[in-house]
Design a protein around this ligand. Structure first.
Ligand code: ATP
Length: 559
């Protein structure tokens, strides 16, 4: 609960004005509704017990009833509009904030979350938070204000009734919601977990659809998905049952309250302290007040999910980035030699929590414009060696320098602007060919783009497309061949001002001919100005301008 409010408090205080409007409007709606019931009760009773129209002025109250009916509808309508607008703004601020926190984390921290979990956190976990304001906080504030008004009224005119009002309100606003929140907290946690699993499962299915089809796993996956769905529906129905039970107890408590109020009011009536029309009017107005409790109870049943949602969101926001810039970073030169000096690196095994050393005292120097390939068996530490240069992890021992500067002493953004990276799995983003290429250089003109495309042998292919650079590509690049997707990503790296290209298995998935073509293009495109360091399984020994090193069990040998 504390996490929920500490997450929402800054957002609420930044949107104070926007949130106050629906609260005021809900208060006006409630007052109109309560006054409508009260005046109707008073009018009908008065009209019934007095000789028709003789001593009872019908005009004023009936006009008031019409006005109140209209104002209630109008206030309710505007309250819904402003309430939802305020909540959408709040949720959009929160989504932006969470996404901002998430994107700042390094891949190591992000990799703790399983597929789809982050999407779930940023969508359903945040969506559930609107419950807190619309179904809980807003009616709660209005009920508290109304409670004081009723209490004051009863205290002045019927003191015993004020005690009944306090007891009923305590049950409805404190005891029932408290019990509901307690009993549905775990259930809410399961709802959020299942919703996250469902998203993860769907994303995984889309990703591995070809494998699932070939391995004929459709039925098994269908069953798995049905299992997740039935779990979800079980916990959702638990939530509905809890909400209905809460409403049931609320009706009983309100009913008992009304009976006691009638009993006490009859006492006042018998002592001639109150007239019948006023008695009925007060009774119906109390009914109207008690109706307000209903939304608090409904909101309390969903609060468990909101609490869990807030916990899951806070887990992202509170994640500390293990790799930080120092306070007074050095400026890196645009070009520079890269030196690995006695670099060792260990991963902490997440299961056994033990250190496993992957790189042992690696010494490597890459001069400006030099092309270097690291070859070695799978698992020997090639990707790890590259990721240390990009500072995706910190070296455990030794140091890496760029242009003579320890890369831990410069800004990460500075380092990443000097180094362009091409991973073994080309990252194509949803958009056009142009938008995918200029990620490396937002200011690149079409001439520069085509010059770069020439270097990677994509120039003719793209020129011949009907929409050219404006051709739309999917986020998996599925409308490009693997070779084309890889060349496109290489063009993105080449068009950037980076002086170093880091490539991790740049030719994986390409056949031998395409692989060799890729290296020929790469050497020409990178030229003598850019240094290249790549990890590869491909045969590059015959390229005499590529210096190769062999990595075996984390030990680097000059080839
Ligand atoms: N995040 C991680 N946590 C723990 N161990 C890891 C992690 N990433 C890699 N490893 C381990 O580090 C070792 C080296 O992995 P790395 O990916 O660097 O090898 P590689 O030579 O690039 O392999 P491949 O050629 O198959 O890509 C492997 O034993 C691997 O299991």
């Amino acid at each position: 609960m504390r996490t929920l409010f500490s997450l929402l408090y800054p957002l609420y205080s930044n949107n104070k004005f926007n949130l106050c409007i629906p609260i005021v409007l809900l208060f006006m709606t409630a007052i109109s509704g309560i006054a409508l019931l009260g005046i109707s009760g008073w009018l009908l009773t008065g009209a019934y017990i007095v000789d028709i129209g003789a001593m009872f002025n019908l005009f004023m109250p009936s006009a008031l009833i019409r006005i109140l009916s209209l104002t209630k509808v109008v206030f309710r309508y505007i309250e819904k509009l402003t309430g939802h607008a305020a909540i959408f703004k709040l949720l959009s601020d929160l989504r932006g904030f969470v996404f901002g926190s998430m994107i700042k984390l390094n891949p190591k921290e992000l990799s703790k979350y399983h597929n789809g979990d982050l999407v779930s956190r940023i969508t359903s976990d945040i969506d559930i938070l609107d419950v807190v304001f619309l179904l809980f906080l807003e009616p709660f504030i209005v009920v508290i204000i109304l409670f004081f008004l009723f209490y004051l009224f009863f205290y002045c005119f019927m003191p015993i009734n004020s005690l009944v009002m306090v007891l009923i309100s305590c049950f409805a606003v404190v005891v029932i919601p408290f019990l509901l929140i307690r009993s549905t907290k775990n259930n809410g946690m399961y709802i959020q977990e299942y919703s996250s699993n469902m998203r993860g499962f769907i994303l995984e299915m889309i990703d591995s659809h070809i494998d699932i089809t070939i391995m004929q796993l459709q039925d098994a996956k269908n069953r798995e998905f049905s299992y997740i769905c039935s779990g979800m529906s079980k916990y959702r129905s638990n939530q509905s049952i809890a909400s209905a039970t809460g409403q049931y107890f609320l009706s009983i408590v309100s009913g008992i309250g009304i009976v006691i109020i009638i009993y006490l009011e009859i006492g006042y009536f018998e002592k001639n302290k109150i007239e019948a029309p006023l008695l009925i009017g007060i009774l119906l107005a109390s009914f109207g007040f008690f109706e307000m409790f209903s939304s608090i109870v409904k909101g309390s049943a969903c609060l468990g999910s909101a609490i869990k949602g807030a916990d899951r969101i806070s887990a992202i926001i509170d994640t500390k980035n293990s790799i930080k810039d120092i306070d007074d970073p050095v400026n890196l030169p645009s070009h520079g030699d890269i030196v690995y000096d006695n670099v060792s690196f260990s991963y902490i095994n997440s299961i056994t929590n033990e250190n496993s050393t992957v790189l042992h005292n690696v010494n490597l120097k890459i001069n400006i414009g030099e092309h270097v390939a690291i070859v070695g068996p799978s698992g020997s530490g090639k990707s790890t060696l590259l990721s240390l240069l990009l500072r995706m992890d910190e070296v455990s021992d030794g140091y890496i320098t760029f242009g003579g500067n320890d890369i831990r002493k410069c800004k990460q953004s500075d380092l990443h602007s000097r180094i362009a990276f091409l991973s073994h799995d080309p990252d194509i983003f949803l958009g056009t060919l142009r938008s995918n290429i200029i990620i490396g250089n937002q200011l690149a003109s079409d001439d520069l783009i085509f010059e770069t495309l020439k270097l990677v042998n994509l120039h003719d292919f793209i020129r011949n497309l009907p929409l050219g650079l404006d051709t739309f590509i999917t986020e998996t690049g599925s409308n490009l061949s693997i070779g084309q997707a890889r060349r496109l990503c290489l063009a993105r790296a080449l068009i950037s001002p980076a002086s170093v290209l880091v490539l991790d298995e740049p030719t994986s998935g390409l056949d031998r001919v395409l692989e060799q073509d890729f290296f020929i293009d790469l050497r020409q495109a990178a030229g003598k100005k850019r240094s290249v360091i790549m990890a590869t399984h491909a045969n590059v020994f015959h390229f005499h301008d590529i210096k190769t090193y062999k990595l075996n069990d984390g030990v680097l040998f000059d080839n």
